[in-house]
Write a protein that binds this ligand. Structure first.
Ligand code: B12
Ligand code: SF4
Length: 496
């Protein structure tokens, strides 16, 4: 359908929500990032989310192939389900692509069911990979023409050319119309389509992102992906190696990463970067290669950057490497600390202990590198004492770093099971929980009806399946979570 040039303002507003789309041409595909809640029921209480880089990568590749593509980030815009579906239906794309994540699956399914009958549905993301048969047989997903397992760039472009190509594409699934059973495409010799060459991919076209680049702390900041895949197998994590057998772990070359950083600087004035990938500073070889390349390019003279890291690896790095990273502009490292209990750390296969954590955090903050520590409360089998050990560790980390150049901040979450993870297999094999129970995510209001400011800032993380998977009562988990979050908030506000 040729939509023609928009003439009335409401038509323009419609397109305003869809990043990167050309309103003058018929629309090939709109990728939709589902809202975390139905914001028609309760407005969003904060206004920032990280950009949907995965969908933007696919959109960039499809746009380069000539398709008219848009990304509707309904979470960033705080849209309700009906509103999101209405916007999509009004632009009448050939396809709609949904990124399925465990806590947003139900919202995505409602959206899918509300799409006009002519729209072809494309599904991807972590939940699609973990539970493809369940999703394909969900009646609300009946319009699904293709469910893509894993990295979408190459296969989505092929599907947009001709969806019948699905039979030849590996890791693409659909429901056979006659037998009503899931089938998978692929012919020998097509395995390379699963993992695109990440050094050959175009840089993410920022047209497709709603809040990136954006101003932050006096700089323009952009998010980037430096690597794909993680070699570790932390039992709770959707990125764990055993949950992602399709992913070949690979890192972009320093030259390729630097070229994107320079392009973002030259085109958008960006001088701060956040590497959102699972483990940018998680392998010695990557740390060393990046340190050399960033030093040679004098990145520290103009840029600041944040990245994720791995405590056991950073622990083995000598001081001079940490000094080099600091001189290269490293501003903050995000570390998965998770627990203060050695038993729990071993159960979740974290390969660290609290003492190592304290040492690494001290060595980083001494050099002026900030640390953000992630913690999980309420892990399966965790006792009250073990949860309290985690809280105590956070306090020790605050105390240790109080007088140092870098800051330490804690980001704590209530445990949630994700399908495909080692925990998921453990929990379902006990026979105590059904998949339906473990997938029954509901929003939990820890904001005390909006009055608790510390929790309002983190409202998008307040989800629970409301099962007591830990030994400790769920109330204890939430009380401790609230205490930690409030204490961190007060420290940030300088009121401690
Ligand atoms: C950055 C990040 C975020 C960002 C951006 C999220 C987003 N919507 O893209 C923020 C902070 C906003 C975020 C939020 C959440 N996240 Co998050 N996030 C990540 C992280 C660390 C990296 C994702 C990334 O950018 N990877 C790089 C890109 C290139 O890969 P990608 O996103 O996977 O995309 C590729 C494929 O998945 C696929 N694909 C993606 N979308 C689509 C869509 C279609 C149609 C197709 C065909 C293919 C396809 O192709 C892409 C390109 O190759 C991952 C960990 C991980 N390794 O994935 C967790 C992760 C994906 N997040 C997770 C979760 C649970 C969430 C939240 C639900 C958390 C919450 N609040 O409770 C929210 C969802 C918010 C939302 N609807 O936007 C889980 C998912 C687990 C699961 N089984 O569902 C992960 C795995 C981490 C974990 N905790 O285990 N997240
Ligand atoms: S928690 Fe971090 S190190 Fe562990 S599997 Fe996930 S991304 Fe990898």
């Amino acid at each position: 359908m040729q939509l023609g040039a928009p003439s009335n303002p409401s038509f323009n507003t419609l397109f305003d929500h869809i990043a990167g789309i050309d309103p003058a041409r018929s629309v090939d595909i709109v990728f939709v990032n589902a809202p975390l809640r139905d914001y028609a029921l309760r407005p969003r209480v904060n206004d920032f989310t990280l950009p949907v880089l995965g969908m933007a990568y696919i959109a960039t590749v499809a746009a380069e192939a000539g398709f008219n593509v848009g990304v509707l980030d309904a979470e960033a815009h705080g849209l309700g389900i009906a509103h999101t579906a209405a916007v999509v239906n009004a632009v009448a794309p050939r396809w709609v692509g949904l990124n399925l994540l465990a806590p947003t699956y139900e919202i995505s399914a409602h959206l899918a069911a509300a799409l006009d009958p002519g729209v072809k549905l494309l599904l991807g993301g972590h939940q699609a990979k973990a539970l493809p048969a369940r999703i394909l047989t969900d009646p609300r997903m009946a319009r699904c023409e293709a469910l893509v397992l894993g990295e979408g760039e190459t296969r989505v472009e092929r599907l947009l050319h001709d969806h019948r190509d699905r039979t030849g594409l590996p890791g693409v699934m659909w429901l056979d119309p006659i037998t009503h059973t899931p089938v998978t495409g692929g012919v020998p010799g097509t395995g390379h389509l699963l993992a695109p060459d990440i050094n050959a991919l175009p840089f993410v076209d920022r047209r497709f992102l709603t809040q990136d680049p954006r101003p932050d702390q006096g700089r323009q900041e952009a998010n980037m992906v430096g690597a794909r895949g993680c070699p570790y197998d932390c039992s709770f994590c959707g990125a764990a190696v055993s949950a992602n057998p399709d992913i070949t772990i690979r890192t972009r070359t320093p030259g390729n990463i630097l070229a994107e950083m320079h392009q973002l600087r030259d085109a958008h004035g960006v001088s701060a970067f956040r590497f959102v990938d699972d483990l940018f500073l998680g392998a010695r070889k990557v740390i060393r290669t990046m340190a050399d390349a960033f030093t040679e390019e004098k990145v520290g003279d103009w840029a600041a950057w944040d990245a994720t890291g791995r405590i056991n690896i950073l622990h083995r790095e000598p001081d001079h490497i940490l000094d080099t990273l600091r001189a290269n502009g490293l501003r903050e490292v995000a570390l998965g600390i998770e627990s203060g209990s050695e038993r729990v750390l071993s159960l979740i296969d974290k390969r660290i202990d609290p003492d190592t954590t304290l040492q690494v955090v001290r060595r980083l903050t001494e050099r002026g590198i900030n640390v953000k520590g992630y913690f999980i409360l309420g892990l399966p089998t965790e006792t009250t004492a073990e949860i309290d050990a985690t809280v105590a560790l956070v306090h020790r980390l605050w105390d240790t770093t109080d007088d140092l150049d870098g800051t330490f901040r804690a980001s704590a979450f209530e445990y949630r099971p994700y399908p495909g993870t080692p925990d998921w297999h453990r929990l379902t094999s006990t026979g105590r929980y059904t998949a339906d129970q473990l997938l029954d995510y509901t929003a939990v209001d820890l904001t005390a009806d909006g009055t608790e400011e510390s929790m309002r800032e983190r409202d998008e993380f307040n989800f629970s399946v409301n099962l007591q998977l830990s030994d400790a009562p769920i109330e204890h988990v939430r009380t401790r979570l609230l205490e930690l979050t409030r204490a961190q908030h007060d420290r940030k506000a300088g009121t401690r």
